[in-house]
Design a protein around this ligand. Structure first.
Ligand SMILES: [Fe+2]
Length: 176
C-alpha cells in the first residue's frame, strides 16, 4: 500500500487551489501519460503520476488590463520553481516518503527549461518522463490549461489512475 494516494494529493486544498488555475484536465492527462512512460522506462509509476499531476501547480496568472498576457508569461515565468516548492510542501504535509517528495519536486523543477539559463543539465528518467508527458498534452499558446473537466469526471479519472498504479506498483516492486 502506498503512503499517499493520488486521490489524497488531488483533494488537498493546495492542489485544488492551484490545479484549478493551470487546468485540472491537463494535470490528470499528464499524470496518465507519465504512468505509461514510467512503465516503459522502469520508473516508479506512483512517483511519476504525482509529479505529472502536480507539475504545473506553480503557475501564476499573467494579466495586463484584465487579459491574459502570453508575452509577459514567457518573459517572466518561473512556474517550475514555485511548483516544485508547493508540491514538496503538500506532499510532506500528507506524510509522503521524504525521498519520493524530493524526487517529485526535482522532476517538477526540471520539467521545463524555459526559465533556465542553460539547456545542458543531465536529467534522470523520472525528470525526462514528466517533461515528455507534459509535451504530449500541450496545445499552442497554452490552451491545454483552459480545457474544462467537471469535479465528478476528475474524481473518476483519479480513481482509475490510483487503481492502475496500485496494480502496477506490485510489478514495479518485483523489479527493484
Ligand atoms: Fe504542463
Amino acid at each position: 500500500m502506498r503512503r499517499v494516494m493520488i486521490m489524497d494529493v488531488f483533494n488537498h486544498p493546495i492542489a485544488q487551489k492551484y490545479l484549478n488555475r493551470s487546468g485540472v484536465l491537463h494535470a490528470i492527462r499528464v499524470a496518465g501519460y507519465a504512468v505509461q512512460l514510467a512503465i516503459k522506462h522502469d520508473v516508479n509509476p506512483d512517483i511519476a503520476a504525482k509529479a505529472g499531476l502536480l507539475h504545473d501547480i506553480g503557475h501564476y496568472e499573467w494579466y495586463t488590463n484584465g487579459e491574459w498576457d502570453y508575452e509577459e508569461y514567457v518573459k517572466n515565468d518561473i512556474h517550475a520553481i514555485k511548483g516544485a516548492e508547493r508540491a514538496h510542501k503538500l506532499l510532506i504535509r500528507l506524510g509522503e516518503d521524504r525521498q519520493y517528495a524530493k524526487e517529485i519536486a526535482l522532476a517538477i523543477l526540471l520539467h521545463t527549461d524555459s526559465y533556465l539559463p542553460e539547456n545542458s543539465m543531465k536529467k534522470t528518467s523520472l525528470q525526462q518522463i514528466v517533461r515528455m508527458a507534459d509535451e504530449m498534452d500541450e496545445e499552442p499558446l497554452g490552451k491545454h490549461h483552459y480545457r474544462k473537466i467537471s469535479r465528478e469526471d476528475a474524481i473518476k479519472k483519479i480513481e482509475r489512475l490510483d487503481q492502475e498504479i496500485e496494480r502496477l506498483i506490485t510489478e514495479y516492486r518485483k523489479t527493484v
